[in-house]
Design a binder for this molecule. Structure first.
Ligand code: FES
Length: 110
């Protein structure tokens, strides 16, 4: 919501009134957003249940903190639980991406 990560499971719809909401479908129409590509190339998903939230959290993290450390990644994404245990692949995918400036150059947005 307005560029900040928000979890749909605990965010009231009224909190989004008058604000810009980006969903996983809004990152790109063809899965070409750099974070989505990194997920595919890193073979991150297992069952996929948590992956929309993981990708959106990663995109929000990278938009405010280019080249995050493992600590940054873990801290930002700690509330996104993956029952399949893909955390190492998630860290790898996030680390594989360039800075937020690189993402903006490629997509015009993060
Ligand atoms: Fe299965 Fe995360 S990929 S819960």
């Amino acid at each position: 919501i307005d560029g900040q990560a928000a979890k749909s499971c605990n965010t009231k719809a009224s909190a989004a009134i008058g604000k810009t909401v980006t969903t996983i479908e809004g990152l790109s129409t063809d899965s070409s957003h750099p974070v989505q590509v990194a997920w595919t190339e890193g073979d991150v998903p297992q069952c996929g249940y948590c992956q929309s939230g993981q990708i959106m959290a990663a995109a929000a993290l990278l938009s405010k903190r280019p080249n995050p450390s493992d600590f940054d990644i873990d801290a930002e994404m700690a509330d996104n639980i993956c029952r399949c245990g893909t955390y190492e692949r998630i860290r790898g995918a996030v680390r594989s991406l360039g800075s937020a400036e690189d993402l903006e150059e490629e997509t015009g947005d993060v």
